[in-house]
Design a protein around this ligand. Structure first.
Ligand SMILES: C[S@@+](CC[C@H](N)C(=O)[O-])C[C@H]1O[C@@H](n2cnc3c(N)ncnc32)[C@H](O)[C@@H]1O
Length: 199
């Protein structure tokens, strides 16, 4: 650029408000994965958990709470960490916290400031709920689950929810990403939506 042209350049306006790192959805993509391998109804597709963990910003040693966890502890590849916890209403899947996910979640002493991350995989409708032998009336809504996640997360921690819908964010959480999840052929595409707890 010559000097005359440089002089004609309009200077950038001075920012009038503090700059924020982000205001809404930033991350997106499609995860083309494969059928699940554990045999549990509704188990995560092969390749899901490692990606989900990265999307919620958690490393192997972080404490992630898996809500509506099913057989996630048996996920046969990298993704379930040694400091993770599980929460499910069914005793036979042997969760760390056997409770209704609609009630306030337990937080162990080693997570005094809250969990580093949360991954939620609820039943998506009444028909699926029945497959788990859990009363239809106990089908949790995305709103209830995200509100509980907001209370249980450390500040800056992230929660991701796998569902047929992209749930609206609740108070205290900002939506930062949404990923399409394909689990092989003849399966519905789902969305893994990620939110961050605001400071
Ligand atoms: C889609 S499955 C989760 C499967 C898991 N992602 C896996 O890879 O094995 C949904 C789970 O939600 C649990 N569930 C249903 N209603 C619940 C409730 N009200 N509170 C807690 N867990 C519930 C079921 O027992 C079931 O294990």
């Amino acid at each position: 650029m010559d000097r005359d042209m440089a002089k004609q350049r309009v200077p950038a306006p001075k920012p009038t408000a503090p700059r924020r790192s982000h205001q809404g959805v930033l991350l997106s993509g499609i995860w083309a994965l494969a059928h699940p391998r554990t045999g549990y109804h509704g188990a995560f597709p092969y390749g899901f958990l490692e990606r989900a963990r990265v999307a919620i910003g958690c490393g192997e040693e972080d404490s992630v709470l898996h809500v509506c966890s099913g057989a996630v502890a048996k996920y046969p590849y990298w993704g379930f960490g040694p400091c993770d916890y599980t929460l499910d209403i069914r005793t036979d899947v042997d969760p760390d916290f056997c409770q209704d996910a609609r009630d306030e979640w337990s937080i162990p002493p080693d997570c005094a400031f809250g969990y580093g991350g949360v991954i939620i995989d609820p039943p998506y409708d009444r028909e699926n709920q029945e497959r788990y032998g859990v009363a239809e009336s106990k089908l949790p809504t995305c709103k209830q689950l995200l509100q509980n996640a907001e209370k249980a997360l450390r500040v800056g921690g992230r929660v991701g929810i796998l569902h047929w819908i992209v749930p609206a964010p609740v108070e205290g959480l900002i939506q930062i990403g949404v990923f399409g999840v394909i689990a092989g052929t003849n399966c519905r595409i789902r969305a893994f939506t990620v939110y961050e707890k605001r400071v």
